[in-house]
Design a protein around this ligand. Structure first.
Ligand SMILES: NC(=O)c1ccc[n+]([C@@H]2O[C@H](COP(=O)([O-])OP(=O)(O)OC[C@H]3O[C@@H](n4cnc5c(N)ncnc54)[C@H](O)[C@@H]3O)[C@@H](O)[C@H]2O)c1
Length: 398
């Protein structure tokens, strides 16, 4: 046990999935759990051990001798805790999204630079077996440069499921514009093409038939369609968390010499297709392949999200042990957050273009260090930006 990393889990609902992945790697153990809702402890206990301590208070938890912390607390409150942990030299694996304001993105990047600890986004869809396979295929170079990419994350919920996961009318799921949950549609595109967004234009979809889930909740958008220009000129179209019908997630890479994509309705399959006149030696014009787990199959198949929860945990711990930066470091993770934050502003401004700053540059960061606009409530329960177009009259957003 002494040689294993000590990991703390902050937020014991989604935290269970990551705790399972962490434990199965055998590189670390869950030394502490923090949740002020003690009813959550029962489920996570199966991934804990005798040494695991349970806390309701974050300050006591974070000072309990951790090497690393997993941030699976409320969606809109990851940034503050990430900065505290980084300042203490504790490695951070943060769930979606890293930050909900531009100022928080700046703070995470500055804290990450100063800290000797690693910051990584727990973006499991970027570590699906199909995403890893598409990364390998694209980066082999046979398809040529990606010109247009698509990423869709479609997850409608029944009213009962929604209420289960959204316990109050002020819970983050009740207040979140759909584009804020973009990592499942966007991170795979970034990882496969090794590219970063430089601008975003967005349109949100509202329908007359939209339901107000509960009295007192805002009627929100069904999906946000975001168009990102990437640093090498490609255009990426992503959905955020789309709630229209037909559950699933799909990725497509249209490249100069051919295309690669996941196959709709057939989980775990990848289709690659080349132009007739540019078929590489040893390849077929069109091929559909079933992709298996790249390693640790027996462990990965026990974990949620198509094994993604195992591979994202494995990558985080490997980065710590090997002293290397993860792909979704602070800069890339915050660029993704900025697409959500500024994409939402774009959709409220008729699709206007917003530039995505380069978070590795201090001259870009100073422009946003005081930009605290957020559709989520602050510590006093008050938001300073709309979370739906139906609130436009309540805010002065110009
Ligand atoms: N990657 C994925 O596939 C995936 C899946 C589900 C959730 N998530 C992400 O994980 C995060 C958590 O999701 P969830 O569904 O578990 O959210 P949730 O709101 O249901 O649960 C958050 C938990 O954190 C606890 N908590 C929050 N603030 C706390 C504090 N200050 N002190 C002590 N406990 C505190 C709450 O009591 C609650 O149990 C979100 O960012 C979500 O987007 C990711």
């Amino acid at each position: 046990m002494d040689k294993k990393l000590k990991v703390g889990v902050f937020g014991a609902r989604r935290g269970c999935g990551i705790a399972q992945g962490i434990t199965l790697t055998e590189k670390a153990y869950i030394s502490a759990v923090c949740d002020y809702d003690e009813s959550t402890y029962e489920n996570i206990k199966k991934y804990c051990c005798e040494e695991t301590k349970f806390y309701t208070d974050f300050d006591e938890f974070i000072d309990s001798g951790l090497d690393a912390v997993v941030l699976t607390n409320f969606f809109h409150q990851h940034a503050k805790y990430a900065v505290i942990a980084l300042e203490k030299g504790i490695h951070v694996l943060s769930e979606t999204m890293p930050a909900v304001t531009m100022a928080e993105c700046v703070a995470i990047c500055r804290a990450s630079e100063k800290s000797g600890a690693i910051y990584m986004l727990a973006e499991n869809y970027a570590y699906f077996a199909v995403t890893s396979k598409l990364t390998e295929i694209y980066q082999s170079g046979t398809l040529g440069e990606a010109l247009y990419c698509e990423g869709e994350y479609v997850h409608p919920m029944s009213h009962e499921e929604y209420v289960h996961y959204t316990p109050t009318t002020t819970h983050w799921r009740a207040l979140m514009p759909s584009g804020f949950y973009l990592s499942h549609s966007f991170a795979p595109l970034m990882r496969v093409t090794n590219d970063i967004p430089v601008s975003v234009n967005a349109r949100s979809i509202y329908t007359d038939g939209m339901r107000q889930e509960r009295e007192g909740e805002p009627v929100k958008d069904v999906a946000s369609i975001m168009l990102c220009t990437m640093s090498r000129g490609a255009v990426a179209r992503i959905t955020g968390w789309a709630k229209f019908g037909g559950h699933g997630n799909w990725y497509r890479f249209a490249c100069a010499k051919g295309s690669a994509e996941t196959v709709r309705g057939e989980e775990g399959k990848v289709r690659v297709c080349y132009n007739d006149w540019e078929i590489p030696e040893g390849c077929e014009k069109e091929q559909v392949t079933t992709v298996g787990f790249p390693f640790d199959k027996d462990k990965a198949k026990q974990c949620g999200h198509s094994g993604g929860d195992y591979f994202v945990s494995h990558e985080f711990l490997s980065c710590i042990l090997e002293g290397r930066q993860p792909y979704f470091n602070a800069y890339r993770s915050c660029a993704m957050s900025a697409v959500a934050i500024l994409g939402w502003r774009s959709s409220l401004h008729n699709g206007a273009e917003y530039k995505i700053p380069d978070f590795s540059k201090e001259e870009d960061r100073v422009l946003y260090e005081n930009d605290n606009l957020s559709p989520f409530p602050d510590e006093n329960g008050v938001a300073n930006y709309p979370c739906t177009k139906y609130q436009l009259d309540e805010f002065d957003i110009d």
